[in-house]
Design a protein around this ligand. Structure first.
Ligand code: RUQ
Ligand code: CUA
Ligand code: CA
Length: 634
């Protein structure tokens, strides 16, 4: 049996789904001819897989080699996993509300969320880490929110979201990547949907000139908009190069259609390449417009009367392309064909000439277009010249050789496909260790499967997804682990554990709670020692410390209708001794980790006795860590 059909029963199940997914896609079936790898005996293949599974095992008390950051999809959070164990280490609430930490409830988190704190949902897809010179610098993780058009940043030292930005003038932030070189000065974020400008109900025609979407560039350090670029068609996924000059994005709706049939009309859509330098210069020179109330510089990257904009080039590729991935050697942008069985390889070293108009046709920057299988969505790399592409419809990962695919495109008779491995089932993203950096090390491949079907104990009509771990360190891919996950990790990113340095306890001057510290200062309060109630009209501020197993204030009195703010400083200095604060029957809950200050505001609208308690287990007397709020009737 060849490894490519290791899981025979799986083939039948995936064919069933593949057939329905194919309807209307109009794609040709591909044979498995051209697969170059040798056939191993069944016994030696089984032994190789079992050895790989041993290597993936991380024994109790041992630490993983990689941090993995998973998006939580329309659940809204980011999850931290250890790889290869796939053990979940932490959840970082971002676009959701979280009862354990108080994210979305505390004053600190609501200040970070700003105006958008009113939204209780999010839809995050693409977590990506900041870099310096094409390598992770351990500072930040950025993530999009498609649902409410936001981009958030997570500080990796504390693993909390510290900035959130609503991108103006656009709808649905989807593809997101960072500038790799010289460092992550910019975050690139695609807005997916085409909308009229102004979008005030005065006009609705999406095909008109006033209807468009934009490529959004965010200053990574202050998390404010740097500029926006109007494009033709729509935008899906994006990536950046290793010179710092270019970014590229896929467009699946060059038709500017509003319905399924219309979006599939063209045989080719395109990859739009952005000349970041040219855009920066135009913005600096004041050659931009602004839209509506926003003061963000906007430049027009659309062609006019057959003339290119200095900011963009449109490279036609088949058909409704999806993922866009830069190879770690910096040579190629690879656009994944989705409705075409191909991926298109764009040579980055031809882009200077493309912008200098040295080619007759944009497609001259394409140096390869290998046929890989049905439904190619995303490609990842091992740093040894191989690429791994997910085939959604075939429910496989295909390993192929990039330079061989380039040779085949030039007419050489070489096969570029090395192996096809069944995955369970229907993969979207995949991600190899350190693939987005110069350090791509080709050890592990995570494949994020959209369906788990029969792989786990059943959980009702809603099934988990299945993030599979594949050992890619050898010649053959070997499936080593199934990881059920809750809705819906579109994507993940892996960093070596040496690249992430976290704090064990908070610094007292941390900017995360600086506004609260500022408020305390104005009240004349020393947060680390004072336990005091301050009345300010009908606003009451209750300052207290916490140290296991007691709060600094055991009882305080307010009047019915008062707006109460409880500010707690955890003066414990012992690693891992987090306290909580929950005011019963008031919808109030928060985390206060060692040396952290947290605060929450609510209205004391019910007269009587209301107990508050610590809800993070902190001590043998954790149950006794309580107090009472006495509310006098109005
Ligand atoms: S997309 S399954 Cu939201 Cu990253 Cu491709
Ligand atoms: Cu403090 Cu539990
Ligand atoms: Ca299309």
């Amino acid at each position: 049996m060849s490894k490519e059909t290791e899981d025979k029963p799986g083939m039948n199940r995936r064919r069933f789904l593949g057939a329905s997914a194919l309807t209307g896609a109009g794609v040709a079936m591909l044979g498995t001819a051209g697969i170059g790898s040798a056939v191993m005996s069944r016994e030696s293949w089984a032994a190789a897989v079992s050895e790989a599974r041993q290597n993936a095992h991380v024994a109790p008390g041992e630490l993983d080699e990689y941090y993995g950051f998973w998006s939580g999809g329309h659940q809204g959070e980011v999850r931290v996993l250890g790889v290869p164990s796939m053990r979940e280490l932490m959840r970082i609430p971002v676009f959701n509300v979280d009862s354990a930490t108080g994210w979305g409830l505390t004053n600190e988190s609501r200040a970070i969320m700003g105006e958008s704190a009113k939204y209780l949902n999010g839809d995050c897809h693409h977590p990506h880490l900041s870099m310096a010179d094409g390598r992770y610098d351990g500072k930040y993780l950025f993530i999009n929110d498609k649902a409410n058009s936001r981009v958030a940043r997570i500080r990796l030292d504390i693993m909390k979201c510290d900035k959130m930005l609503t991108v103006p003038n656009v709808q649905a932030i989807h593809g997101l990547r960072v500038q790799k070189v010289p460092h992550t000065k910019y975050v690139f974020a695609n807005a997916e949907f085409i909308i009229p400008h102004p979008n005030d109900g005065s006009q609705f025609d999406t095909t008109a000139d006033y209807s468009y979407t934009m490529f959004n560039v965010i200053d990574a350090e202050n998390m404010e908009m740097a500029f926006q670029v109007i494009v033709e068609g729509n935008l899906d996924n994006c990536d950046a190069d290793y010179t710092g000059k270019y970014a590229a994005a896929t467009c699946y709706n060059s038709e500017k259609a509003t319905d399924l049939g219309g979006m599939m009309r063209n045989e080719r859509d395109w990859v739009v390449v952005f000349n970041i330098e040219a855009i920066e210069q135009a913005v600096k020179a004041g050659n931009f417009i602004t839209l509506g109330d926003s003061d963000v510089p906007v430049v027009d990257g659309r062609r006019k009367d057959g003339n290119n904009s200095p900011f963009t080039r449109y490279v036609p590729v088949p058909k409704n392309p999806h993922g866009l991935n830069t190879s770690p050697d910096g040579k190629y942008f690879i656009a994944n064909g989705k409705l075409s069985p191909t991926v298109s390889i764009i040579a980055i070293d031809r882009l200077d000439d493309l912008f200098a108009n040295k080619y007759d046709e944009e497609r001259e920057v394409i140096v390869g277009e290998p046929e890989l299988g049905l439904g190619p969505l995303h490609t990842t790399f091992d740093g040894r010249g191989y690429a791994y592409t997910t085939l959604f419809i075939d429910s496989q990962v295909v390993k192929w050789n990039i330079e061989d695919a380039v040779r085949a495109y030039n007419g050489d008779d070489v096969s570029y496909i090395r192996q096809k491995l069944d995955v369970q089932y229907q993969p979207g993203h995949n991600h190899a260790s350190l693939t987005e950096t110069r350090d791509a090390d080709g050890k592990w491949l995570v494949v994020l499967c959209k369906f788990s079907k029969d792989r786990f104990l059943l959980t009702g009509p809603l099934h988990p997804e299945n993030d599979q771990l594949i050992d890619i360190s050898g010649d053959e891919m070997k499936l080593v682990h199934d990881g059920p996950t809750y809705a819906e990790p579109h994507d993940c990113v892996l960093a070596h554990r040496s690249q992430i340095k976290t704090r064990k306890i908070w610094e007292r001057n941390d900017p995360f709670f600086a506004p609260t510290a500022e408020m305390a200062k104005k009240d004349g309060i020393v947060l680390e020692s004072d336990n005091k109630v301050i009345r300010d009209g009908n606003k009451v501020r209750v300052y207290m410390t916490s140290m296991a197993p007691a709060y600094g204030i055991n009882e305080f009195t307010v009047k019915q209708g008062d707006e109460v703010t409880v500010i707690i400083t955890n003066i414990d200095e012992i690693e891992d001794v987090s306290h909580g604060f929950c005011m019963t029957n008031h919808g109030v809950s928060m985390e206060i980790s060692p040396q952290q200050t947290s605060s929450v505001t609510f209205v004391a609208d019910k007269p009587g006795v209301h107990w508050y308690y610590c809800n993070w287990f902190c001590h043998a007397l954790h149950m006794e860590m309580v107090g009472r709020m006495l509310v006098e009737p109005a």
